[in-house]
Design a protein around this ligand. Structure first.
Ligand code: MIC
Ligand code: SF4
Length: 635
């Protein structure tokens, strides 16, 4: 039978279930990655399983999010992560070595393998033909324990690329075009697989831009074939031994195909406050800007920053623009330095930042009040930059660099053409990646005082009653539920403390209400919980005794996180019933044993509810979450 790349990888890793879209499948996970903001909890959960070490082929712990170190908290977390990695057989990528997705693509991603990461942009590794998915930290902890990863068998959308990009049009413009067509919820339950002759003109870092930002579609993941271009990338990284050829069979089919003519594409831009608010740059050219930020796991490769350096070469950033640049990895930064590009950036007035997420997650560089910031990042949710009323626009490095010179949003094709010479060999120096200890029994785990225990689990019973704590609309992101940024992110290891900020940007009284009413339920619109993989958007509400979340629909990772921590996710059988519930209402949810119908009683009315829970999900909920459930299985 002819197969596409996605189905080939799933078939090779299938442990349980049928490969019929929509049904549950369990697959073997070869590699895992964590980052520090989600990693501390993931390793605390792994510790609960009392195993001597990880059972994956490779697990890597990165420190790239929380590096401001405004107090002892982050530094303590880093020390915990380093010690726990040494003990359990995990490679530790030190702060400064780079953003997890960029480093993983450079040094570890392997065609044909599976990767589960506690970060929603883990699909970046799909750029080398890997099936790479984002998940909550607990799912990653379970994968490290050798447990299969359970997911809904996705539909596969084929994206057929024709021709080649024209000068100054970039890979970022391709994914922005896909987002324009498919929207931020269009990808739920789907894998986007790229094919066609246009694929051959895209280097691996460019493919990584596309698979990275595929997360914004809500997709399970995105994937490219592994071909000669992939081989060239792996050779340049001294890893040709990791290459296998992996392309779709000639007669392979897709559940749906969309086609993009790369030669017709023009520079695109996502306007505030959603990554799918996409229009051509030419439509908004001239927009005044205060900041241009280049970097993030989407656009911080050597190719991206060489492009920026050649545009800025010999010129100066416009006086109204604060230009900040964060290289994606130490490899990128060192090569920029050794090849003279760093000097060009500095000369042009760029403010060079660490090789971390930085402004992408509001860790500094908040733009001025009411201003516009142009970013090469992947998310522009309201308030995520740290400035509530700033307008964040997402573009390619080409558009960002040219606009930084002009002071206003500018179509990069007005600049002319640049020529780039990319190296055949990258500079390989893994001295910031620490291998696990040879004598793990001697390693002591160092747990700082900011690292607090997980909230106790609460098994789901026959009935849930309480008040509606908040009612929110469509496309609520995990940044709304559990904000990040310089003030809140340092509290990621301390659930009681971080829970004080749940919904703080939406309704500052939410926490007070939840405490006064002794917990309750949340009502949401469609695509509730889109965006990040942070399980804190489930853990912190759990601490506030949220027992159920009832919505029109859920984003994939957040739904799994709710189940993992024993919060019941339900949907309205008839979306119109959303109107019948208001904040403050007393509700009784008749859950039963979850095998039959579920209904909610509100003010005498009966509202039918539904769910998409698998048998395993139901067992997890009844056990109070994935951790007590798995501990029981492991005996
Ligand atoms: C993000 O881009 O929102 C993050 C910060 O990387 C998150 C992870 C987190 O919240 O720690 C993600 O994408 O999963
Ligand atoms: Fe870091 Fe931003 Fe990428 Fe998230 S999206 S991993 S915060 S760079």
């Amino acid at each position: 039978m002819s197969l596409n790349v996605t189905r080939k990888i799933i078939k090779n890793h299938l442990i349980e279930g049928k490969m019929t879209a929509g049904g549950p499948v369990a697959i073997k996970i070869d590699q895992t990655l964590t980052q520090d903001a989600t990693g501390t909890m993931a390793y605390r959960q792994f510790e609960v399983l009392e195993l001597p070490g990880v059972k994956t082929d490779l697990s890597v712990s990165y420190v790239d999010h929380n590096t401001l170190q405004t107090g002892f908290e982050n530094a303590d977390d880093h020390r915990y992560l380093q010690s726990v990695a040494a003990k359990f057989g995990v490679y530790f990528s030190r702060p400064g070595n780079g953003i997890c997705h960029q480093v993983h693509l450079e040094r570890f991603a392997k065609p044909g393998k599976t990767l589960l990461g506690s970060d929603s942009h883990t699909p970046t590794a799909g750029g080398v033909g890997m099936l790479a998915m984002g998940a909550g930290g607990l799912d990653v902890a379970l994968a490290m324990a050798g447990r299969p990863f359970t997911m809904t068998m996705p539909e596969v959308v084929g994206v057929k690329l024709h021709n080649k990009l024209r000068p100054m049009v970039a890979a970022k413009d391709i994914i922005l075009e896909v987002l324009r067509r498919e929207t931020v919820k269009g990808g739920v339950g789907k894998v986007y697989e790229y094919f066609g002759e246009g694929v051959e003109s895209l280097t691996v870092p460019e493919r990584g831009v596309i698979t990275n930002m595929g997360a914004e579609l809500g997709a399970t993941t995105s994937v490219f074939p592994s071909d000669e271009i992939t081989l060239a990338h792996l050779k340049a990284q001294n890893r040709e031994g990791d290459w296998i050829k992996l392309v779709a069979d000639e007669a392979a089919t897709y559940d749906r195909v969309i086609e993009i003519d790369l030669a017709e594409l023009t520079p695109m831009i996502a306007k505030p406050h959603m990554p799918d608010e996409v229009v051509p740059v030419s439509e908004v050219a001239g927009l005044p800007l205060a900041q241009v930020a280049i970097g993030s796991c989407t656009n911080s490769s050597l190719k991206d920053l060489f492009t920026v350096a050649s545009i800025l070469d010999g010129k100066t950033a416009h006086p109204n623009i604060s230009l900040v640049i964060s290289p994606g990895s130490k490899q990128v930064l060192q090569m920029l330095a050794e090849r003279g590009a760093l000097a060009k950036l500095i000369k042009a007035g760029a403010r060079m930042l660490e090789c971390t997420c930085g402004p992408c997650i509001g860790m500094g560089q908040a733009p001025p009040a009411g201003s516009n910031s142009l970013r090469t990042f992947n998310r522009n949710f309201k308030g995520r930059s740290g400035t509530a009323d700033a307008g964040i626009y997402l573009v390619s490095p080409e558009t960002a660099a040219v606009s930084a010179l002009k002071g206003v949003l500018t179509d990069p094709r007005d600049f002319g053409v640049i020529s780039l010479e990319l190296p055949d060999k990258y500079l390989i120096n893994d001295n910031m990646i620490i291998a696990p200890s040879d004598s793990p029994e001697t390693v002591e785990i160092i747990c700082g005082k900011n690292i607090k225990p997980l909230p106790p689990s609460m098994p789901v019973g026959e009935e849930i009653s309480g008040r509606v704590l908040i009612k929110v609309g469509d496309n609520i992101t995990t940044d709304h539920i559990m904000p990040a940024g310089a003030k809140i992110l340092p509290l990621r290891s301390n659930i009681p403390a971080i829970s004080q900020y749940v919904f703080s940007s939406v309704d500052p009284d939410f926490v007070k209400r939840a405490q006064k009413w002794g917990g309750g339920v949340i009502i949401g619109g469609s695509n509730y919980g889109q965006g990040s993989s942070r399980e804190h958007a489930a853990l912190a509400p759990l601490h506030l005794k949220v027992r159920a979340v009832i919505t029109k629909s859920f984003a994939r990772i957040h739904l799994a996180n709710l189940v993992n921590f024993g919060i019941l996710p339900l949907t309205f059988a008839d979306e119109a019933d959303y109107e019948k519930v208001a904040e403050g209402c007393e509700v009784r949810v008749k859950v039963g044993d979850l095998s039959g119908s579920v209904e909610m009683l509100v003010d005498g009315a009966v509202i039918p509810l539904t769910h998409s829970l698998s048998e395993r999900d139901k067992d997890l909920l009844k056990a109070g979450g994935a951790l007590p459930y798995t501990k029981k299985i492991l005996g």
